[in-house]
Design a protein around this ligand. Structure first.
Ligand code: ZN
Length: 362
């Protein structure tokens, strides 16, 4: 029997801050270029999860106004096209708080925090933004890559629950994969809650039809973000101490905001503390040693002896600091030396599993 070869899928949530702060050049375009260049030095494709609602808002507000902003948004579209032309992938990510947004001044936005969670939207609103996002992304890419189709989704801030309507709609629109679930993790704050503690821990992927955490016999494929237990002390130091010093990409100035009031913010902080020691495979936040440890544990925990395991890593362009760049390089170097790991995309992994034919991904 040939040895199992697992697929490392590097993903980047391609967006500015959730409250609309942060410049496109410094928080998105420059750090993404850095990620793509480093990845290319190891022939590793990167999947950009493009947040189409914010780019649509910027285009609408800026194309007729500030020309420097219009140029920046054109650069975003150019970067997405160039990336896919160079062998990377682009798929859909949505933050519904941008629905009906208004540009106030100097890059500050009025957003609708009551729509922070896609899981809270009505089924008709979910359908509207999924149709919009898929079509808009395909419209950017099809002039240069006519066969490109958007087939993978990740919910903004992982807020995909309750997921029944979203799964139904994704399937209806021809999506093949959701990649929002981070098994074992949860956030109890009401404005941006998610709870993946019921997701299977022993599976690398599963079918879903009603709920992203429940295994179905057929339907959409859930390819979760890799999560493993690491030392609480190391996690505390890396994530909560070191990241306070070197937290953002070079010259990226923005700040986190969100839908939670003071009490809910406190609840969110307590959730973070309770799950200390459980971490996503996040290459914009963790050092190479921890990233390697997460990959090893994730693989060891999965009961899939023969078929290839997808190992999804996540990053945010705005958090890709100089330290993160150095650690990412070390991590890629380690992966490239493992005979039973390859760099991959969702499509390449699915085709390797015979879950889909080539035709299905077009
Ligand atoms: Zn996001």
């Amino acid at each position: 029997m040939s040895k199992r070869v697992d697929h490392i899928i590097l993903t980047v949530d391609y967006e500015i801050f959730g409250n609309g702060t942060g410049s496109l050049n410094n928080c998105l375009i420059s750090p993404t270029n850095r990620i793509l260049n480093i990845a290319e030095s190891y022939n590793a494709p990167v999947t950009l999860f493009v947040e189409m609602l914010e780019f649509y808002s910027m285009k609408r507000e800026w194309f007729n106004g500030q020309s420097d902003m219009a140029l920046q948004i054109a650069s975003v579209e150019q970067q997405i096209c160039n990336a896919v032309m160079r062998g990377h992938d682009a798929q859909l990510h949505l933050h519904p708080q941008w629905i009906g947004s208004k540009h106030l001044k100097n890059g500050l936005w009025q957003l609708d925090n009551s729509r922070w969670r896609i899981g809270d939207l009505s089924s008709s609103e979910v359908k509207k933004i999924l149709v919009f996002g898929k079509t808009a992304l395909e419209d950017i890419l099809n002039p240069i890559i006519p066969q490109y189709r958007c087939k993978v989704f990740r919910a903004g801030a992982w807020c995909i629950q309750p997921s029944y309507h979203i799964i139904r709609c994704l399937m209806e629109l021809g999506f093949k994969i959701d990649s929002s679930v981070a098994p074992s993790l949860f956030n109890r704050a009401s404005g941006d809650w998610f709870d993946f503690r019921a997701a299977p821990n022993n599976l690398g992927w599963w079918h879903v039809s009603n709920d992203v955490c429940s295994v179905a016999t057929s339907g959409l494929v859930e390819v979760p973000i890799a999560v493993s237990r690491i030392s609480k002390t190391e996690h505390f130091f890396e994530f909560l101490v070191k990241k306070k010093i070197d937290r953002f990409a070079l010259n990226c100035n923005g700040y986190y905001g969100g839908p939670n009031d003071f009490l809910q913010k406190l609840i969110s902080k307590i959730s973070k503390f309770l799950k200390l020691g459980l971490s996503m495979l996040d290459f914009s936040s963790l050092n190479a040693k921890i990233l390697i440890e997460i990959v090893k544990k994730w693989r060891a925990d999965k009961s899939s002896p023969s078929s290839s395991l997808p190992i999804v890593a996540i990053a945010h362009a705005k958090n890709f600091s100089s330290t993160a760049a150095k650690e990412f390089l070390k991590f890629l170097e380690w992966v490239s030396r493992q005979p039973d790991l390859i760099f991959s995309t969702y499509e390449k992994w699915m085709k390797s599993q015979n879950i889909l034919s080539t035709k299905d991904f077009k």
